[in-house]
Design a protein around this ligand. Structure first.
Ligand SMILES: [Zn+2]
Length: 323
């Protein structure tokens, strides 16, 4: 929510509060009276302080009277089953009263949460991917645990460098389906998002569709704003899934080359996840493109049986035992 939207929301809340109190006092006139008396007495206490009291009561008497009014008010609220906070403005966030800030320039947790949500939506991670973290990455399924521990470590290091804005190699995750590439890509994405940076995670085909739509249908492009379009080239971290599944045409190769080249120029890192092995990249793409892809990247190979299959087999075995 933008700041002006927040200001509008605050105004709405305040207006709602005024109407609510007014309606309450119409329905329960005694409550209105109590409220007016209470205010009068507060004023009188202030006047007494300046030696200008008019009611002929001492400060102590006034305070006692206020206490009695307060008690009567509470009793009336209770008797009529009205909420205790009926006189409060009902902010969504009490801490910042919906301003988004606590003190000068200090963002409230509600604003940080909101910004995180926006970044998360922008990243296009699925809800399932949002749950995939380094912590939830299990080595249990791998035979060669030492190698995958190293891969995990390299992914963590990469994520840390991206967050710190340090120069880093890109990552090239290759291997068969279901071997944990997506989980680690998502884990890196979540780590970087958590640190407040922007990430975009997309399948190669989707990126190319978007570029095509943007280039050829610029006037009426609904799926991509210029801002989002620019993001492919400049976003803090770009994760490209399924490289190699796209239909290869001159246009596609040209756009991919341009994309990687731009990101190199802007010094923006990326991750590629693909079923293709490095030698297959060399066969599939011309030299200048495969150079951009492989020459800039650390290659992490995922081999072995699909974890998805292993999990399914285990689940089945447990079902058989329990039934
Ligand atoms: Zn807040």
């Amino acid at each position: 929510m933008s700041l002006s939207k927040r200001a509008l929301k605050r105004q709405r809340k305040l207006a709602e509060w005024e109407v609510r109190v007014e309606t309450l006092h119409q329905k329960y006139p005694r409550l209105g009276e109590i409220s007016r008396l209470f205010t009068q007495m507060s004023l009188e206490i202030a006047m007494l302080g300046m030696g200008k009291g008019k009611m002929g009561m001492t400060q102590e008497e006034l305070l006692q009277a206020q206490e009695a009014l307060q008690a009567e008010k509470n009793m009336l609220l209770q008797k009529n089953k009205l909420p205790e906070n009926i006189y409060d403005v009902w902010w969504d966030c009490e801490k910042c009263q919906d301003t988004g800030f606590r003190g000068v320039g200090e963002k409230c947790s509600c604003l940080l949460q909101e910004e995180q949500e926006v970044r998360w939506q922008f990243s296009r991670l699925t809800p399932e991917q949002k749950e995939q973290t380094f912590n939830s990455f299990s080595l249990e399924w791998y035979e060669d645990k030492a190698r995958y521990r190293t891969i995990l470590q390299q992914c963590i290091e990469f994520a840390e460098k991206v967050c710190a804005g340090e120069k880093t190699e890109n990552l090239f995750l290759c291997g068969s389906i279901g071997t944990g590439k997506t989980h680690l890509c998502s884990a890196i994405a979540n780590y970087v998002l958590q640190a407040g940076l922007k990430v975009v995670y997309l399948k190669t085909g989707t990126i190319l569709d978007m570029i095509r739509e943007y280039k050829f249908n610029f006037e009426k492009s609904e799926i991509l704003s210029p801002h989002e379009f620019k993001a492919f080239y400049q976003v803090g971290l770009l994760i490209i899934d399924d490289l190699g599944t796209e239909v290869s045409t001159d246009f596609v190769r040209e756009q991919l080359f341009y994309l990687f080249d731009e990101r190199i120029n802007y010094r923006r890192p990326w991750i590629i996840s693909t079923n293709l092995m490095p030698n297959e990249i060399g066969t599939m793409y011309e030299d200048r493109l495969s150079d951009r892809i492989l020459g800039t990247s650390r290659i992490l190979k995922f081999t072995g049986t699909s974890i998805r299959q292993l999990k399914a087999i285990k689940a089945k075995a447990i079902n058989n035992v329990s039934s």
